[in-house]
Design a protein around this ligand. Structure first.
Ligand code: PLP
Length: 388
């Protein structure tokens, strides 16, 4: 079989590879603690599950409009208008199977060969993968611990050239849990308002924030029309497997992204869309409880990691990961990832799974019980004691 040349440029999400290795060890009888995968360990709230069951019983079995059902687009438009303090019309909303396709489609629709796209590094690996897949030039903006893993705005301004076509933001961010302040975003908006640059603002963790208030670059003056907001249901409502997300964007772009939906998925599953309406408009207490639980785990995990000699861990402000610094151990992140899995059965991700600026760090997901997190860190400490 001869593959298209472009396939050599397509990356992947290593979390799934580590998960596969961990599962193989499990099949051989090892007891593995999974701290690698980024999905809430909660069930989808019952009111949402019931809405989906009702929808199936009521006959929501067919195709829907490719951009999504009007009810859901209206609910999303209302929700995003309220939370971002902007005016969103249902025509500016495209519903997709998960938030991920918005990354794929936005880049396919907007990036020509040779165009430059600035993206956060360490960051969600799909950004770089997709930019390179379409022949764009992926320009990393380093996120450094000294700046709480926020973007150095001046550095980003200096990285931009005449070829810069898109800037990707992710706040709260994966893997660092960093958070862009309103001041950061206003400064960015001031620098790029007059330029022909589109912002892809990945706000999938917007509700999983422990301190401060989420702010979107779309809320800055005149920035809504040059911003694509990516958000969805996977993280907020523990619905990763349902595949339900959306993009909010300028109308003409929404039509182009809808054409990509027609050409790929036709539409998102109907009954999950009905459930999405319930998620946005129904009782939100399960979300608040989940966020509280993530916060308690975060505090405990940060405390325990900081007790390990050779490890220091900043306190993330959002999302559900911690990103400890392990530079003092003088081993590569990849080696530590392998050794922790092999020597103590704890699956974590090397910081470099999120790009080269993740070297010297590990990512642990707090999407596991407190008991498992404590046991996992106890095991990690025992391996690190041998190394240090
Ligand atoms: N963006 C970021 C930063 C993520 O971490 C993830 C999932 O891990 C996604 C997007 C994709 O979310 P979904 O499962 O809704 O496609």
């Amino acid at each position: 079989m001869r593959f298209a040349q472009r396939m050599t440029r397509l990356g992947t999400e290593t979390a799934f590879e580590v998960l596969a290795k961990a599962k193989a060890l499990e099949a051989q009888g090892s007891h593995i603690i999974h701290l690698e995968i980024g999905e809430p360990d909660f069930n989808t709230p019952e009111n949402i599950v019931n809405a989906a069951i009702r929808a199936l019983k009521e006959g929501y079995h067919g195709y829907t409009p490719s951009a999504g059902m009007l009810d859901l687009r209206q609910a999303v438009a209302r929700y995003v208008s309220q939370t971002r303090h902007i005016e969103v019309d249902p025509d500016q909303v495209v519903i997709t199977p998960g938030g991920k396709p918005i990354i794929f489609f936005s880049i396919l629709a907007l990036i020509e060969e040779g165009d430059e796209v600035i993206y956060p590094n360490p960051g969600f690996p799909i950004y770089q993968s997709m930019i390179e897949y379409v022949g764009g030039k992926a320009i990393p903006i380093p996120l450094r611990e000294e700046l709480d893993f926020r973007i150095d705005i001046q550095e980003l301004i200096d990285l931009a050239t005449d070829r810069t076509r898109m800037i990707i933001l992710n706040s709260p961010g994966n893997p660092t849990g960093s958070f862009l302040t309103r001041e950061d975003l206003e400064a960015l908006a001031d620098a790029f308002r007059e330029k022909d640059v589109v912002f892809l603002s990945d706000e999938i963790y917007s509700r999983i924030l422990f301190e401060g208030e989420h702010y979107s670059i779309a809320s800055c003056r005149e920035m809504q029309e040059r911003t694509i907001i990516l958000d969805g249901f996977s993280k907020t409502y523990a619905m990763t497997g349902w595949r339900l997300g959306y993009g909010v964007m300028e109308r003409m772009l929404a039509q182009q992204i809808t054409r990509l939906m027609v050409n790929s998925n036709s539409c998102t599953a109907a009954f999950t869309q009905v459930a999405g309406v319930e998620a946005l408009t129904g009782d939100q207490s399960a979300v608040d409880e989940m966020v509280q639980t993530f916060k308690q785990r975060r505090d405990r995990v940060v405390q325990l990691l900081n007790q390990i000699e050779g490890v220091s861990c900043a306190t993330p402000r959002g999302a559900f990961y911690v990103f400890p610094n392990v530079r003092e151990l003088k081993k590569s992140s990849a080696e530590l990832q392998d050794r922790l899995l092999q020597e103590c059965g704890v699956a974590v991700l090397a910081g470099t799974c999120f790009g080269k600026f993740g070297e010297g760090y590990l990512r642990l997901s707090c999407a596991n019980s407190m008991e498992n997190l404590e046991e996992g860190i106890r095991r990690i400490a025992s391996v690190i004691e041998r190394i240090h």
